[in-house]
Design a protein around this ligand. Structure first.
Ligand code: SF4
Ligand code: F3S
Length: 106
C-alpha cells in the first residue's frame, strides 16, 4: 500500500485525490490518509504530490514509520475525499518543515 506522511500535514494539496482510480483517500482536518486495504498500489498518486508526502509502504523513511499505522487507523475514521480542492492556507509556508506530526489534527 501507499502511505501519506508528515509533509501532507498543514498542506493538504489534494492533487493526489484526482488521480486515484479507487478513491481510497480519506480527509482529516489538516491531512489526508490512504486506506491500506483499498489502495491497489497503482503508484499514480506518488508523483502527483507537490509536497512529496506519499511513499510506498516499504520505502517510508524510518523516522516516519508511524505513519503506516496512522494511515490504517485514521482511514477508518475520516470521511472519503474524491475530488481535489485548494490547499490549506499557508501550505507553501509549511511545505518541508520537519516534524509536522506535532500539528496533526484528528
Ligand atoms: Fe490510489 Fe494508486 Fe495512490 Fe493507492 S497508489 S492511493 S490506488 S493512486
Ligand atoms: Fe497531501 Fe500531497 Fe495529497 S500534500 S493531500 S498527499 S497531494
Amino acid at each position: 500500500t501507499y502511505v501519506v506522511t508528515d509533509n501532507c500535514i498543514k498542506c493538504k494539496n489534494t492533487d493526489c485525490v484526482a488521480v486515484c482510480p479507487v478513491d481510497c483517500f480519506y480527509e482529516g482536518p489538516n491531512m489526508l490518509v490512504i486506506h491500506p486495504f483499498e489502495c491497489i498500489d497503482c503508484g499514480a498518486c506518488e508523483p502527483e504530490c507537490p509536497s512529496h508526502a506519499i511513499y510506498v509502504d516499504d520505502e517510508v523513511p524510518r523516522d516516519m514509520a508511524e505513519f503506516i499505522e496512522l494511515n490504517a487507523e485514521l482511514s477508518e475514521i475520516w470521511p472519503n475525499i474524491t475530488e481535489s480542492k485548494d490547499p490549506l492556507p499557508g501550505a507553501a509556508k509549511w511545505n518541508g518543515k520537519p516534524g509536522k506530526i506535532a500539528h496533526l489534527k484528528r
